[in-house]
Design a protein around this ligand. Structure first.
Ligand code: FAD
Length: 494
């Protein structure tokens, strides 16, 4: 991948036609609109390195229009844990600042996109609507609904994947091995330098009282509202500062960022050791909220490798996770409507889970016991506490954690529901295609193969405590989480 990637290639301002697609073509171009091109920001909540914003700016330029950004904050987003809603709101506040520097007005409205977007479009007499891409159900539903209710061009831009999801493959891929070559084949075209957006040359003085004059967002009130409506048992975490500037610092800042020899060079050897969390990037919350672009991470990692040949293996392994595994998750959710259901698993996996669904379970726990980390297994309990206390669980532990939920609950359906519930509720990077696929991989064998058949698991890959003991110092992990909880200080905090 890295040999073919050309980070120095000249930025082009027109976003390649294959990165976006039309969602609404009905009579659209005939409409002589007087208003702006609206970028309805949803998944990619950043001003930098954002193909959707760049595309909106380009469309606006060709039409002689302005771009304005619209963010619709939903009731369900406000009802998330404080950890999530405040991370997002603070990130959006920073995004507004960066957009202001580009002379791009930012509007935030409360409501549901399906209900409010058409009205906003009509009120502004918008010329076109651009949005970013998400393969998840909720986003698909409101996109379809909006597309059916507006008469202007509506473009969806894949600003999240390096290779646009519909270019990589036109079907659900079986596994990393089947998608890898499809991604690599497209890397030379798509893994390119990302242009910096130009400051918008538009005089908004005649648009006061309309799209050129957003209501001032009362950020403090919004934070208070999220605190009032959201789940207070999922408090904010202090180890991961929200916003695109903090994200870039965490990637490549001077002080202890991921792209330093101290950390990046250890990725190859130590990424599966839960006692070495700093060997991981820990950037997944930023990627999930779109405060950081995966393409930016890849470009910077490849640049790092050029200057640090000893990091070769580590960077290559990192890119495998960041690009191949991450984009495989989007592929799964895009092409499989049942991405969070046992019914969405491969037939061999459904069959084997069904055969073993009535096997006797040695331990049985309900959702509450699991949520409160009240199991017989100190390693599992520590992982669950890492999740609830710090909003992240080490990647290796995530697999063990989910597999034990399969082992200790009454059915695979219940196991999957509980794993997704806990992951989405507590993990700062939850509610993400990676999360659904991670749970499906662990419990339903998705993207995996059949293994030696055993009780409860059937042919689903098994993991156990002794296997963990052989891989890393289990007691040290349990002690670390205990200590960090006591000090209320996660591994990377001074
Ligand atoms: C049960 C379970 C639940 C998971 N839930 C989530 C989730 O909610 N959100 C989430 O982003 N990831 C999830 N993962 C995937 C993976 O564990 C995390 O992406 C990773 O731990 C994030 O930490 P990091 O950024 O430090 O990872 P790094 O090791 O630094 O990896 C770099 C990036 O590669 C991607 N990546 C790494 N591992 C995977 C993987 N297995 N599948 C897909 N992409 C990957 C992520 O974008 C990650 O940020 C889950 C995995 C499992 C087994």
């Amino acid at each position: 991948m890295t040999e073919t990637m050309s980070a120095e290639s000249k930025p082009t301002r027109e976003v390649h036609k294959s990165r976006w697609r039309e969602l609404n073509v009905a009579g659209a171009e005939n409409h002589k609109a007087s208003g702006p091109v609206v970028y309805l920001c949803y998944r990619d909540q950043r001003a930098r390195d954002n193909w959707a914003l760049l595309h909106a700016l380009h469309v606006a330029e060709t039409k002689g229009k302005a771009v304005v950004v619209l963010f619709v904050l939903t009731e369900s987003q406000l009802r998330l844990g404080h950890r999530h809603s405040l991370f997002m709101i603070k990130g959006l506040q920073e995004m507004q600042k960066h957009l202001a520097a580009l002379n791009v007005p930012f509007h935030l409205v409360l409501g549901e996109p399906a209900a409010v977007v058409a009205d906003v479009i009509a009120a502004w007499d918008a010329a076109a609507l651009v949005t970013d891409f998400s393969p998840l159900r909720e986003a698909r539903q409101w996109r379809d609904s909006v597309a059916g209710s507006i008469q202007i061009p509506f473009h969806e831009v894949d600003a999240h994947n390096i290779v646009p999801i519909w270019i990589t493959s036109n079907k659900q891929e079986y596994a990393a091995r089947t998608i890898r070559s499809k991604i690599h084949r497209n890397i030379p075209q798509y893994l390119r330098a990302i242009p910096k957006p130009r400051k918008q040359d538009f005089d908004f003085s005649n648009t006061k009282g309309s799209f050129g004059e957003p209501n001032a967002v009362a950020w403090d009130d919004l934070v208070a509202l999220a605190r009032e409506k959201g789940q207070s048992d999922v408090p904010e975490v202090s180890w991961c500062e929200p916003g695109e500037e903090a994200a870039l610092r965490a990637l490549k800042g001077e002080d202890n960022s991921f792209l330093t020899k101290m950390r990046m060079n250890k990725y190859d050897e130590l990424r599966n050791n839960p006692n070495k969390p700093a060997a991981l990037s820990n950037l997944s919350p930023y990627l999930h909220f779109g405060q950081l672009s995966a393409q930016r991470c890849a470009i910077e990692a490849i640049g790092f490798k050029k200057n640090n040949p000893s990091s070769n293996k580590s960077v290559d392994n990192y890119l495998e996770e960041l690009v191949v595994r991450r984009e495989l998750s989007d592929n799964f959710c895009f092409y499989n409507d049942l991405y969070d259901s046992v019914k969405g698993a491969a037939s061999w996996a459904q069959e084997t889970l069904q055969i073993h669904s009535s096997d006797k379970r040695e331990h049985l726990y309900d959702k509450e016991a699991l949520e409160q980390a009240r199991t017989h297994d100190d390693l599992w309990n520590a992982a669950q506490k890492e999740l609830t206390s710090f909003g992240k669980m080490h990647g290796f532990m995530r697999m063990y954690w989910a597999k034990k939920i399969l082992e200790w609950t009454a059915s695979p359906e219940e196991a999957l529901d509980i794993a997704i519930y806990l992951n989405d509720k507590y993990s700062l990077d939850g509610r993400d295609p990676n999360g659904y696929v991670g749970c499906m991989w662990s419990i339903c064998g998705t993207h995996d193969q059949g293994w030696r058949e055993r009780e409860v698991f059937g042919k689903i890959r098994y993991m156990n405590y002794n296997g963990c003991k052989r891989k890393f110092d289990v007691d040290a992990y349990v002690q670390r989480i205990r200590r960090e909880m006591k000090q209320n200080r996660y591994f990377n905090e001074k």
